[in-house]
Design a protein around this ligand. Structure first.
Ligand code: SF4
Length: 468
């Protein structure tokens, strides 16, 4: 029986047993050790892939840890986003204010690196000492001649989702600047795609083959100039809905651009994403090219997938990711390789998201909102999962329990989007779940000893590879 804190009881349910609607979208419970990151981290995740902008973290140096080098957002050109600048505030600035240091930092960095825009991220301490960041940014913008944008991402002022909002507001203020450069009548913006391990390039290539122009990608392999003309695209295609639906709604209200929500993970969702865009344009040529593309990609993918399905049939998975939309795709993608999801949850899901997650999972599946490591590992053990899909904070949980792990977060170095990404996903899951290493994990050995059955007599949880 997994122990759940009283204050969290309604944020966990078992499908088929518990009839209540999952409680979500609330601040984390004190003492629960949430897996969520802070508001500032939410902003940084969204804006950092803009590769020709300067990203300056206004706060103590500790906030600037966990930089690009731990993340996989690639650029085809400038790589200024890989540098993590900080005003490195200390006791003196906490007492007397950090505005001078911010002004000095921007005045030194902008001429040195020549960015096309600068983002200034406000951290907790800025909210406390009350620096007038707007005024400093406005002054530097006037002096240096580039947009200098405050990002109000003080860590304490909400959840990671509030950080997404602050980032959307900053990105939005860069739009509407370019009315002249040509934009195709068959043009889209991709929102919430961060070019992890080059995934934006895979998706852009699909759209190119369909005859669709990608005006701007927010923010994978992003450029300031692209954002300036994004308001002239015909459709916004929102991939990471948790982070970018807010921006899509602002663009709809201001520029009249409709939006759709899609996912580029797994065969069904990838295909549906392409067809929905094709159908939006109502152009027979685009529809035909989409059909050709899907036929070609799926027929190339399926034979390769079959052998992994054979090796993974009957294995169980736990999925815990940032946004619930990705969890939906994972449940479906895992079925393609013979695996059922027994635990599924997210950091920032909405009531509608969890209803849908319930609808697509089997009875007995545990659904969790804003979980913590103790709960998560308890349910993984209770349900006998062989794999955990998550991010950098979930990786050690899996390894400590001696089960396979697949990184599906911003740190991943393997492209998992698109049809090619589905094959990479199957390969990665296979390599981890079937690795012989897990039988040597202390958790497995302890479980074997506790069961008081000779370890040799137990069916190993992770068998050696069978693909030869
Ligand atoms: S919670 Fe505050 S102090 Fe901590 S990393 Fe976030 S912004 Fe910085």
């Amino acid at each position: 029986m997994v122990e759940v804190l009283d204050a969290r009881k309604q944020q966990v349910l078992e499908k088929g047993k518990d009839a209540y609607a999952l409680v979500c979208e609330k601040p984390s419970t004190a003492g629960s050790v949430s897996q969520r990151a802070c508001v500032f981290c939410g902003s940084r995740v969204v804006l950092y892939p803009i590769a020709d902008a300067l990203h300056l973290i206004h706060g103590p140096i500790g906030c600037a840890a966990y930089t690009w080098e731990l993340r996989g957002s690639l650029s085809s050109g400038p790589e200024l986003h890989r540098l993590s600048f900080s005003t490195d505030l200390r006791e003196k600035e906490v007492i007397y204010g950090g505005e001078q240091k911010l002004y000095a930092s921007l005045s030194e960095l902008i001429p040195a690196y020549k960015p096309n825009a600068a983002f200034v991220y406000c951290t907790c301490i800025i909210g406390l000492i009350g620096d007038d960041v707007e005024a400093v940014c406005a002054r530097v913008q006037k002096e240096q001649g580039i947009p200098v944008l405050p990002v109000h991402s003080e860590g304490f002022k909400g959840t990671k989702k509030d950080g997404y909002k602050a980032a959307c507001e900053a990105a939005f203020s860069l739009m509407g600047k370019d009315e002249l450069s040509p934009v195709s009548p068959f043009s889209i913006n991709i929102l919430g795609e961060f070019n992890l391990a080059g995934e934006t390039w895979i998706i852009k290539d699909y759209y190119r083959r369909m005859g669709i122009e990608v005006t701007a990608c927010l923010t994978g392999d992003g450029r300031v100039a692209e954002l300036g003309k994004a308001h002239r695209a015909r459709l916004n295609v929102v991939q990471c809905s948790g982070s970018m639906t807010y921006l899509a709604k602002m663009m709809q209200e201001t520029y009249g651009i409709p939006f759709i929500r899609v996912s580029y993970f797994g065969i069904e969702d990838m295909t549906q994403a392409l067809y929905e865009v094709a159908e939006f344009f109502q152009d027979p040529r685009i529809l035909h090219q989409t059909q050709e593309l899907v036929r070609e990609e799926v027929s190339r993918l399926l034979p390769g997938l079959g052998k992994y399905r054979k090796a993974l049939e009957g294995k169980k998975a736990a999925v815990y990711v940032g946004g619930a939309f990705k969890a939906f795709s994972m449940v479906k993608a895992l079925r393609h390789i013979g695996m059922e999801t027994v635990v599924a949850g997210s950091q920032t899901g909405s009531p509608e998201d969890y209803e849908y997650l319930k609808a697509i999972t089997q009875d007995g599946t545990i659904i969790l909102d804003d979980t913590n490591p103790l709960e998560l590992s308890g349910f993984i053990l209770e349900k006998g999962a062989d794999l955990l899909i998550g991010g950098v904070k979930e990786r050690p949980i899996a390894y400590k329990m001696g089960i396979g792990f697949c990184d599906h977060n911003h740190e991943r170095k393997e492209a998992l989007a698109g049809y090619r990404g589905m094959l990479n996903f199957a390969q990665e899951v296979y390599a981890s779940v079937r690795s012989p290493v897990w039988k040597y994990a202390p958790a497995r050995q302890a479980a074997a000893a506790k069961a008081a059955v000779p370890a040799k007599a137990l069916r190993p949880r992770a068998e050696p590879g069978v693909l030869g």
